[in-house]
Design a protein around this ligand. Structure first.
Ligand code: UD1
Ligand code: UDP
Length: 357
């Protein structure tokens, strides 16, 4: 059996590997490396437990740090593992620092690099994610894209070989887990009533790293007329504390801050929300999969199809009124299978079987 080394380490990557590893392991020996970029139980461990992700072969325990130090520490550890394991290919997902570290080591060691969720662009080079994905795509051997937009983005940069549109592995994950989520959890567990609350998530650097931007977002949430249920990413929680913004939350009776929830809990919360307010890439798409309208608190999105088809609206909290936008949000739009058919992992595995024959 050919050997594939998978590198992951953040919350969204755990959701993605759960969907792919299950299928991949039927045909390949997979060595799983967890960088440990995310490490709180509710950001990492719960995903391993709930989604039955195989125990990692290597737990690097890198944790949080500045971009250079975090990526550098990953590189040092990964080099040793790659040299020892001599894999036939390396898989990385998405656009985090764990993705970039994997991409660098694969290219330096001349091992075929497989990028899942390739070709996405915001065309905003101030975002760490944009830098990570551009650099990763340019050293990838196989690029699995979720959309045709992503293929065109790659073409513009001269990348045309090894590009395959397979759909979105996060759609595979939703299809596989939605029923399970509804069997295991109930909205009453959260003291919520279906379609009588908004679900929010905020964590992007561009939204949390200046006091002005984060203040504008929290004020926007506090003006929304119905309950806003907010499972808060630790980055955002830390920034609220650092900037002394906690009073904005305690003064508002409609914002309900909770710890990050598990994936199955999140699916249930998304499906029953009146609308979703987010800056997360994964959550924007999940809103679409659940047929729930979405407001994205960013100036650009990589998932432009959701905006084009009316499911998602970009809102700048500095200049626009979120509460007003939510009053007129569109519901019941048609669904067009923008992200494939939920069999991305099967397609990826089949192409890998051909390539690594
Ligand atoms: C990272 C990714 C981002 C992705 C997000 C998913 C990069 C550059 N960014 O952002 O693309 O959308 O993950 O959630 O890779 N922290 C904890 N506990 C944890 C993890 C993080 O307390 O388990 C706190 C730490 O204060 C840390 C901060 O969150 O400094 C940011 O974590 P980091 O992994 O650097 O970036 P994210 O914002 O999570
Ligand atoms: N998610 C979760 N619990 C939460 C928030 C998000 O399980 O409290 C899931 C969400 O359903 C999606 C993934 O985490 O599958 C998205 O991760 P995140 O928003 O951290 O990163 P991004 O997609 O923006 O890179």
């Amino acid at each position: 059996m050919k050997k594939i080394l998978t590198i992951a380490g953040t919350r969204p990557q755990l959701v993605k590997i759960a969907a792919v590893s299950r299928i991949l392991r039927e045909s390949f020996q997979e060595i799983l490396v967890n960088t440990g970029q995310h490490y709180d139980y509710n950001m990492a461990g719960v995903f391993f437990d709930e989604l039955n992700i195989p125990k990692p072969d290597y737990d690097l325990g890198i944790g949080s740090d500045s971009h250079g130090r975090q990526t550098g520490k990953m590189l040092i550890a990964l080099e040793e593992i790659v040299d020892k394991e001599q894999p036939d290919a390396i898989i990385v997902y998405g656009d985090t620092n764990s993705t970039l570290a994997g991409a660098i080591i694969a290219s330096k060691r001349h091992i075929p690099l497989i990028h899942i969720e390739a070709g996405l662009r915001s065309y905003n080079k101030l975002m760490p994610e944009e830098l990570n994905r551009v650099m990763t795509d340019h050293v990838s051997t196989l690029l699995f894209t979720p959309t045709e937009t992503a293929v065109r983005n790659l073409q513009k940069e001269g990348i045309t070989e090894g590009v395959y549109t397979v759909g979105d592995v996060m759609y595979d994950a939703v299809i596989y887990n939605m029923e399970l989520a509804e069997r295991r959890f109930n909205l009453q567990n959260f003291d919520l009533v279906s379609k009588q609350y908004y679900l929010g998530t905020i964590h992007r650097a561009e939204n949390t790293d200046t006091k002005e931007q984060l203040t504008a977002i929290l004020k926007a949430f506090s003006k929304v007329e119905e309950k806003v249920y907010l499972p808060l990413h630790p980055r955002t929680k830390n920034k609220i504390k650092e900037y002394g913004l906690a009073s904005l939350l305690t003064d508002s009776t409609n914002i309900h801050i909770v710890e990050p929830v598990s994936y199955l809990e999140m699916l249930l919360l998304e499906k029953n929300a009146k609308a979703i307010i987010t800056d997360s890439g994964g959550v924007q798409k999940e809103a679409y999969f659940m047929k729930v309208p979405c407001v994205t608190l960013r100036l650009q999105t990589e998932w432009i199809e959701t905006v084009e088809y009316g499911w998602n609206q970009l809102v700048d909290p500095l200049t626009e009124d979120l509460a007003e936008v939510l009053k007129y949000i569109q519901e019941g739009l048609p669904i067009n299978n923008l992200y494939g058919s939920g069999d991305a992992a099967v397609k990826i595995t089949n192409i890998l079987k051909e390539m690594l024959k």
